[in-house]
Each structure stands twice: as C-alpha cells, then as structure tokens.
Design a protein around this ligand. Structure first.
Ligand code: NAP
Length: 303
C-alpha cells in the first residue's frame, strides 16, 4: 500500500511511498482510508521530530471497513468509520482496534469525519475536565487552530460565554460565526474575569492570561505551541485559587467520537477545515500548519 512516511529531508518531513500492508490483530478492523487529517503535535517538524525515518504517523483517519475484526467485535465490512490511534493513519489501509473508532452517520462525509478525532476529542474532554457550566466565561488561546475551532463551538454549545484569543485579526476570521462572543488579540481586551482557560499556546500569553482568571478558575493546559517559557510571578497567584490541569489525548474514545460525529450530523458542530488537499501535498500542508497559515483543521484526501 501507499503511505506517508517520515523523511526529515522531504518538505514537511513527509514522503508518499510504498510500505507493507498493516496486519490487524484479533480485535482490529482493517480500514480503507479515504481521508485523514494533520495535527500540529504529530508533524515531523514538531511532536514527531524524533520519529525514525520510514515510520507511518497519523492519528486521525476516516474510511470504510475492508475486513472486520477476527474476534467478531466491532463494525462489519463496508461500514463507514472514523478512527483514532497513535500512528498509521496516513496510509491507504489502517489496522485499528474496535475500541478506537465510531461508525459514521450517513450525513457525515469522510473529510469532515477525518478532522474530528484528536482535535474534537481534545476540545470535548478539556471542557468536560474543566467542569464547564452555562454562563461560565471560557477563554481559548490558539482559537484559530484545529483544537481551537472545536473548543469555541463546544464551549458555546455548553452555554458558555466564549472568548477566542488569536494571534491577529485575520487569524480570528470566522470565529464569531462559530460562536465566540469576543475575539481578542491581547489579554488586555478581555473584560470580566475568565472562569476557564483552555490554553494551546503557553509562554508569555499564558502568563498574562492568568491575570484575567477569576478566583476558583481552572486552566487546562492542552499545548505549548509557542515553545516559550511561561514567566509566572508569584504575586499573580496571591489571593486567588486556580486549578491548573494538563491533559493528554487517548484512552477510550469510541463513545466520544460517536458523540462528535452525531453533533456534526445534526449540524450543531461545524468542521472548520481551513484546508482540504490531496495527500500528495501533505508536506506543504504540514509546513503551512507550523507557519500558522492554516485556520481550523487541515484535511488530506487519499487518492
Ligand atoms: N494535550 C493533548 O492531548 C493535545 C491534543 C491536541 C493538541 N495538543 C496541542 O495543542 C496545541 C494546538 O493543537 P492544534 O492541532 O490545534 O494546532 P494548530 O492547529 O497548529 O493551532 C495552534 C495555534 O497556536 C497558535 N500559536 C501561537 N504561537 C504559535 C507558534 N509559535 N507557532 C505556531 N502556532 C502558534 C496559532 O494561533 P495564532 O496564529 O492565532 O496565534 C495556531 O492557530 C498544539 O501544541 C498541540 O500539540 C495537545
């Protein structure tokens, strides 16, 4: 089969080539992948910088079950599924556990489905972990990105008042339509205190946002895309109790994936794919993500 493999000398660190087909375990289905998406944290220029050349990355993939699991568990041949895993998604065929997928509603096409797993699950779980309630003020940094676009919408669906924090005005385009009450480029623009902060950026921006937190607020640290240290001065915490939580993707995903797909089918959640491209341009697209030239998700179609 063909797959995108790590090649640190290629554009974006990715090359399309022939590799052996995956061999499914007893509780794994074999999926013919139609679309996949790229996440910031799995690119050879970012989180996969230490990956061995020739390995097949890929967390998210959507397609059709070609061969059901030998154990008899999970979906049947021909069913349309969205899948998650730590590798192997950027390929024509993916072997994936029946616990790491959801069957897709007819209304959800593969392109939108492929955008859901890591970005959608992370946003959903971060808001759940934070205990989001109607009326909470929720700020999202890196709101222009893949997780950010889902976080803004899911927070709004939960009745929160949403503040999207972005790098500049152009990066914030479309976020008000997705549900953000406020789109800001500087923490100083935020008025009333924030109860929940979903942070994807870290660094000085995170430090400044701590000053905007309400007493008893919760900061969920999802990513540190800026790569910068966060200079917190002790006085910033005096007189306030804040909870700081780091989260990690993974665990049992089927029910949450099915929930996200249902929200898309019901048109309550939009998949905001700033870029959809043939997987032959994966390397260029990966470079564009790192250079902040993509808004929302980047999806690849497998041809
Ligand atoms: N903990 C977990 O399980 C988990 C799961 C998913 C993602 N993550 C992490 O969460 C972060 C967001 O993921 P994503 O897939 O949404 O990424 P993304 O689509 O690339 O979005 C990241 C956003 O960060 C902002 N940013 C600020 N400084 C940046 C810099 N120096 N370089 C690049 N972007 C910068 C950009 O917004 P502006 O241009 O508007 O500033 C960009 O839109 C990443 O760090 C990722 O690794 C963690």
């Amino acid at each position: 089969m063909r797959a995108l493999v790590v090649d640190h000398d290629a554009p974006g660190g990715l090359r399309l080539t022939e590799v052996p087909d995956p061999v499914p375990g007893p509780d794994e289905v074999l999926v013919r992948v139609a679309a996949t998406s790229l996440n910031h944290g799995e690119l050879p220029r970012t989180g996969n910088a230490a990956a061995a050349p020739g390995t097949v990355p890929g967390w998210d993939a959507a397609g059709t079950v070609e061969r059901p699991a030998a154990s008899g568990a999970g979906p049947r041949a021909g069913e349309r599924v969205v899948t998650w895993g730590w590798s192997g998604g950027w390929a024509e065929l993916r072997a994936v556990s029946v616990t790491d997928l959801a069957v897709l509603p007819d209304e959800v096409d593969f392109v939108r489905a492929a955008a859901l797993p890591v970005a959608g699950l992370t946003a959903l779980r971060a808001l759940r972990r934070a205990g989001t309630e109607p009326g909470h003020r929720v700020a999202v940094t890196g709101a222009s990105g893949g997780v950010g676009h889902f976080a803004v919408q899911l927070a709004r669906l939960q009745g929160a008042e949403v503040v999207a924090v972005v790098g500049d005005r152009a990066r914030g385009a479309g976020l008000a339509e997705l549900g953000a009450h406020q789109v800001v480029t500087d923490p100083a623009e935020i008025g009333a205190p924030v109860h929940i902060l979903l942070d994807h950026v870290g660094g000085p921006l995170l430090a400044r946002l701590l000053d905007r937190m309400a007493d008893g607020g919760t900061v969920i640290s999802i990513g540190a895309t800026s790569g910068l240290d966060t200079p917190i001065a002790p006085y910033q915490l005096v007189g306030r109790r804040l909870t700081l939580v780091g989260i990690q993707a993974g665990g049992r995903v089927s029910a949450d994936l099915a929930h996200l797909a249902r929200l898309v089918a019901e048109e309550r959640l939009r998949v905001s794919a700033g870029r959809v491209a043939d997987w032959r341009s994966a390397g260029d697209l990966a470079e564009d993500i790192v250079a902040r030239r993509v808004r929302g998700k980047a999806v690849l179609t497998v041809s």
